[in-house]
Write a protein that binds this ligand. Structure first.
Ligand SMILES: *[C@@H]1O[C@H](CO)[C@@H](O)[C@H](O)[C@H]1NC(C)=O
Ligand SMILES: *[C@@H]1O[C@H](CO)[C@@H](O)[C@H](O)[C@H]1NC(C)=O
Length: 365
């Protein structure tokens, strides 16, 4: 029978981790990156559907895990023995977010179940059970729920307070994690949200200041989401046997790069490399036929932001290294290297019973 060399990697989410899913669906230009200058930095031959000048986070994670790049589930005749990528640019946790233009999280999980069944037919139940429980589940989603789904959606803002909306979004995310756990998944890397208000497009839209500061109200929503997500992961780790997770703290990690770019090798953390208008915050990168409808910076390695809402390859690479090596900060949490290492280095937390007092931390956050 086939032996899997290391853990497989299953990817769920939006454009941060989409590696070409949306090339295979009907959508709009906003949610596609299969045209120049996406992918222009020379690593690939041209555009691949990744929302970057080159590679994205999951390409680097696969490389660190010593497995081949993970193909989109929708890529015809791809092999999924090392995992599959279900992420779809523009996708939300809520099915209402960009409905009809993207593959939402619930559908991504249905596709995973479909794949699980077909792998069982191919490899047998025992083999697939081991593959599924050893695999790492990387989930990076939520930005679109808060931007398209809420900040730019007056109807939703009238219907739900920020608090209730965050509760609904994170409630559905928690449900998705539980669904995967019920299918046999054990090792989760769930990314939190970055300071959304500092994206070039949000800086340009910030109505409160004309001086280019971040749109703090939007970043505050991301913070609320992150608090609720962390509380969920801590609770799930307490309740579900064998549940392991990475706590990413993507927000603070990005915030440091936004405020002190030169310390991390960036020259510009305000303007997008590709786009037009203030901060190149208008999302026209590659969209139009005419050259003067968008500008591209000379060296995308110098910019934190590749386009008005997406970071450059260099950020993806730095983030992958951080997730791979970071010292876990919470009881029962891991880094990606631990998750992929197949339980060879069991941590103390795996064998001790957690004290009730740990839960006090949850309500304190
Ligand atoms: C999930 O989202 C839907 C709206 O799409 C909402 O009606 C439902 O209450 C949410 N579920 C949870 C568990 O929060
Ligand atoms: C922009 O304006 C805000 C409030 O008006 C202020 O707090 C902030 O320091 C200003 N930022 C810059 C870069 O001038």
């Amino acid at each position: 029978s086939l032996k899997t060399p290391t853990s497989a990697l299953f990817i769920f989410g939006d454009s941060i981790v989409d590696a070409g899913t949306n090339n295979h669906i009907k959508s709009v230009a906003n949610f596609k990156a299969d045209y120049h200058p996406y992918g222009q930095n020379g690593f690939f031959n041209g555009p691949t559907g990744r929302f970057s000048d080159g590679r994205v986070l999951v390409d680097f994670i696969a490389e660190l895990a010593n497995i081949p790049a993970i193909p989109p589930f929708l890529q015809p005749s791809a092999k999924f023995i090392n995992g599959a990528n279900f992420a779809s640019a523009g996708a939300g946790i809520l099915s209402e977010t960009n409905q009809g233009l993207v593959i939402n999280l619930e559908t991504q999980i249905k596709q995973f179940e479909e794949l699980q069944k077909s792998l069982q037919e191919e490899l047998g139940e025992t083999e697939v059970k081991a593959l599924i429980s050893k695999a790492v589940y990387l989930i990076s989603i939520g930005t679109n729920d808060y931007l398209h789904g809420y900040t730019f959606n007056p109807n939703m803002q009238e219907t739900f307070s920020v608090e209730d909306y965050v509760g609904m979004v994170t409630g559905n995310l928690s449900q998705a994690i539980q669904d995967l756990y019920d299918r046999g998944a054990r090792k989760f890397g769930v990314l939190d949200l970055m300071p959304l208000g500092c994206m070039p497009s949000l800086r340009a839209l910030n109505p409160n200041t004309k001086n280019g500061s971040c749109f703090e109200e939007v970043s505050e929503i991301a913070k609320a989401h992150n608090r609720a997500l962390l509380a969920t992961l801590i609770i799930q780790q307490h309740i579900y046997k064998g549940f392991k997770y990475v706590h990413s703290n993507f927000f603070e990690w990005m915030d440091k790069r936004i405020h002190f770019p030169s310390e991390y090798g960036f020259r510009d953390a305000v303007n997008a490399c590709c786009g037009k208008g203030a901060f190149r915050g208008i999302n026209s990168c590659g969209r139009m036929k005419k050259e003067d409808d968008y500008e591209v910076c000379e060296d995308s390695n110098e910019n934190l932001w590749w386009d008005s809402v997406h970071v450059s390859e260099k950020v993806h690479e730095q983030l992958a290294l951080e997730l791979w090596t970071a010292t876990p900060s919470l009881p029962g949490s891991y880094n990606f290297k631990d998750l992929f290492s197949d339980f060879q280095n069991l941590r103390v937390e795996d064998v001790i019973v957690h004290e009730q007092s740990d839960l006090g931390f949850v309500s304190a956050t």
